[in-house]
Design a protein around this ligand. Sequence first.
Ligand SMILES: CC(C)(COP(=O)(O)OP(=O)(O)OC[C@H]1O[C@@H](n2cnc3c(N)ncnc32)[C@H](O)[C@@H]1OP(=O)(O)O)[C@@H](O)C(=O)NCCC(=O)NCCS
Length: 179
Amino acid sequence: MEHEVAVGPVNLAARVDDALAVQALAFGLSEDEIAIRRHIVLRHLLCPGACALGATTPDGRLVGFVYGMPNDRTHWWSTVVEPYLRRSGSDDWLDDSFVITELHVHPAHQGRGIGRSLITTITDAAAQPRSILSAIDTESPARGLYRALGYQDLARHVLFPSAPKPYAVMGAPLPLRRG
Ligand SMILES: CC(C)(COP(=O)(O)OP(=O)(O)OC[C@H]1O[C@@H](n2cnc3c(N)ncnc32)[C@H](O)[C@@H]1OP(=O)(O)O)[C@@H](O)C(=O)NCCC(=O)NCCS
């Protein structure tokens, strides 16, 4: 991992604006989307078992973050992906699973192992035996990273209301694959 950047616990609720600024650069978010995400992130962080890690420079700038929580079938994300997973016979992945809700690294700091460190560190601390997430269903650095860590496609062409692009839902046993 990049030498001067440290990965560790972060009070993401207190740093939500910094996190969304990173997400806006890494993933692309409009001003309207940032305002909507702000409420969603703050609500997510109150969920039981929610956990967040940040990647911080020595002068305290947040250049990456990850957060997630044990999956809850009543949560919006889970209800959207459930029919797709049921169709592929993999909806049991919604139980006893740690969901990676967001993972983003500032573009100037990408490709140096920070993303890998964030997701392996947060899942190493999870009590669940497996992890699930969704990613835009295209060949991207994110999909490459997830596959390298052992995530496999559970469903593809998953449509979230209001998201124009289809997503893939992926799952991996924990701990994530190394090396
Ligand atoms: C996905 C993301 C978080 C990865 O963070 P990162 O710090 O750049 O990733 P790392 O340097 O730890 O790279 C780890 C692995 O990712 C994969 N990867 C990284 N960049 C890649 C690229 N350009 N093409 C293909 N695979 C790539 C590789 O498997 C790499 O392992 P390697 O270095 O051993 O080859 C970052 O690219 C990002 O923020 N992307 C935009 C936002 C996003 O898509 N978030 C995920 C939403 S689901």
